[in-house]
Design a protein around this ligand. Structure first.
Ligand code: COA
Length: 181
């Protein structure tokens, strides 16, 4: 499947979100999985990580490096991730949403989720998007950004949130997420 790219500038810095597997930094993902903020994940063997990424639609968030590499175009450093486990037609499970601490509160998380929303809204026979989360803040975030609703409270304190295509489409007017840099 062809990869999708979205570009945006915030405060003089240029950012890229891409579904390209070749751009993903395995070192960044392993470090993120070890971060206490990603309490549900842990680092894994390189072969397991590759298998996981080969079987997921992973959106990498990147910041453009100041130094331009004239031969191969601009260079980007990964600063975030969101992973969609999906058949690309009927079902999507959203997980591993993370932005490194020094890049938070800039609006990048909402943009990352808006790109995930575009990906799942484009699935031709989408039945449901699901995710698991914990905090009240996260529940609010996914309700506001994706139109997801809590459908089950788990014994471990997590909740299952679910959304149908109509729930996603009801969230505001689609933001323009693909402006070129
Ligand atoms: C969640 C996260 C990706 C948001 O990224 P961000 O770039 O800071 O987000 P933005 O600047 O676009 O928007 C900030 C919004 O994120 C929400 N937010 C902050 N921390 C959050 C968290 N842990 N879970 C969910 N939402 C969170 C805030 O409520 C804020 O909403 P508001 O502007 O309406 O008040 C980022 O805080 C993060 O990586 N947290 C650690 C990992 C995590 O908790 N992932 C989500 C688990 S469900």
């Amino acid at each position: 499947m062809a990869s999708r790219d979205w570009y945006r500038s915030f405060a003089d810095k240029k950012y890229l979100i891409s579904t390209s597997r070749t751009l993903l930094s395995h070192d960044f993902i392993q470090t993120a999985f070890e971060d206490a903020a990603m309490y549900w994940a842990k680092a894994m063997s390189p072969s397991s990580l590759r298998l996981m990424l080969d079987n997921s639609c992973t959106l990498g968030l990147y910041i453009q490096d100041k130094r331009e590499d004239s031969e191969s175009g601009p260079a980007f450093t990964q600063i975030g991730i969101a992973r969609i486990i999906t058949d690309y037609v009927t079902f999507a499970y959203l997980t591993d949403v993370y932005i490194q601490a020094d890049c938070r509160d800039l609006g990048l998380g909402k943009w990352l989720i808006a790109c995930c929303k575009e990906m799942v809204e484009d699935m031709p026979e989408l039945r449901r998007v699901l995710l698991l989360t914990g905090s009240e803040q996260a529940k609010r975030f996914y309700k506001e950004q994706l139109g997801m609703n809590v459908v089950e409270q788990c014994a471990d304190g997590l909740v299952v949130m679910s959304g149908r295509k109509a729930d996603l489409q009801a969230v505001g007017r689609k933001e323009k997420t693909s402006d070129p840099v």
